[in-house]
Design a protein around this ligand. Structure first.
Ligand code: IPD
Ligand code: CA
Ligand code: CA
Length: 265
């Protein structure tokens, strides 16, 4: 059985509560796809409501903790040593298009370290959790990163910058190098789930640049607690600062970093 700290239990309960109306909204979207206004406003409302429920539930149980929220920004708490880092819907584009691959991501930071994390896909009820020093779990099953050693055998997840986002050219060079040397790339649209799936050994690795803390804070802990290595693209532990992430097992991390870095040049 997984060890779940009291704080992680509170986070799980909050995520489950927020997920109920979110699943109802996801069902409703089918009707909205065909409406003239389209689903964008509806999704914004779903995002904000999910975040509100999470903040209310977490505040009830841990009054004084601060927040880093995708929608609401930074909320200072009276307790300066703890804050929750939250993405209410990671994979908004999927949600909007009726693709059942999105997640609620909640991490708890204590004195600058992520100590608990969850990534929850409410559609298939997959609850990925990790507690620092106590492993990562999917529902009740212990997670372990994949053990493949050779680049030609691996599947790598990523995220591609689109429209006005910076870094498309760099990404295309990096993706070209990864495609040339591996069994391929998957771009599923939720960085939090990408990391959870690396922890679960479904993907062998994940890289993406310019992510935000709420996209990755919980997923980073999941990968580490499943025995994987996570750094930025220069090998440093500065993912939350730079937004650049490379996650893989210990055999693949260095070769992939070399491949991706040399491609960008
Ligand atoms: C996005 C997802 C996506 C990643 C983007 C993120 P959102 O978050 O994590 O996979 O490629 O960079 O912004 O907007 O769906 O919360
Ligand atoms: Ca996100
Ligand atoms: Ca989001």
């Amino acid at each position: 059985m997984p060890y779940l700290s009291p704080a992680l239990n509170v986070m799980i309960a909050a995520a489950r509560k927020a997920a109920r109306p979110l699943i109802r909204d996801f069902g409703e979207l089918e009707n909205l796809q065909v409406s003239r206004k389209g689903p964008a406003d509806f999704v914004t409302a779903a995002d904000q409501r999910t975040e509100k429920i999470l903040v209310e539930e977490l505040t009830k149980a841990r009054s004084g903790y601060g927040f880093v929220l995708e929608e609401g920004g930074i909320v200072e708490g009276s307790d300066k040593t703890h804050r929750f880092i939250i993405d209410p819907i990671d994979g908004t584009t999927n949600f909007m298009h009726g693709v059942p691959h999105f997640s609620i991501s909640i991490a708890l930071e204590r004195e600058g370290n992520i100590v608990s994390g969850l990534v929850f896909n409410p559609v298939n009820d997959e609850m990925f959790v990790a507690e620092r020093g106590h492993g990562a779990f999917l529902n009740d099953k212990r997670l372990r990163v994949a053990s493949r050693k050779n680049l030609p055998d691996i599947v790598v997840a990523s995220g591609a910058p689109f429209m006005g986002k910076d870094g498309r050219e760099e990404f295309l060079k990096e993706a070209d190098a990864v495609l040339a040397s591996t069994s391929g790339i998957r771009r599923f649209g939720s960085a939090a789930l990408d990391l959870a799936w690396v922890a679960a050994g479904r993907f062998d690795a994940f890289w993406e640049r310019k992510l935000r803390p709420w996209d990755i804070a919980a997923g980073l802990l999941l990968v580490r607690e499943a025995g994987g290595i996570v750094t930025d693209l220069t090998g440093r532990d500065l993912m939350l600062e730079s937004g650049d992430v490379l996650a893989a097992n210990e055999n693949l991390h260095k070769p992939l970093m070399d491949l991706i870095r040399s491609a960008g040049k």
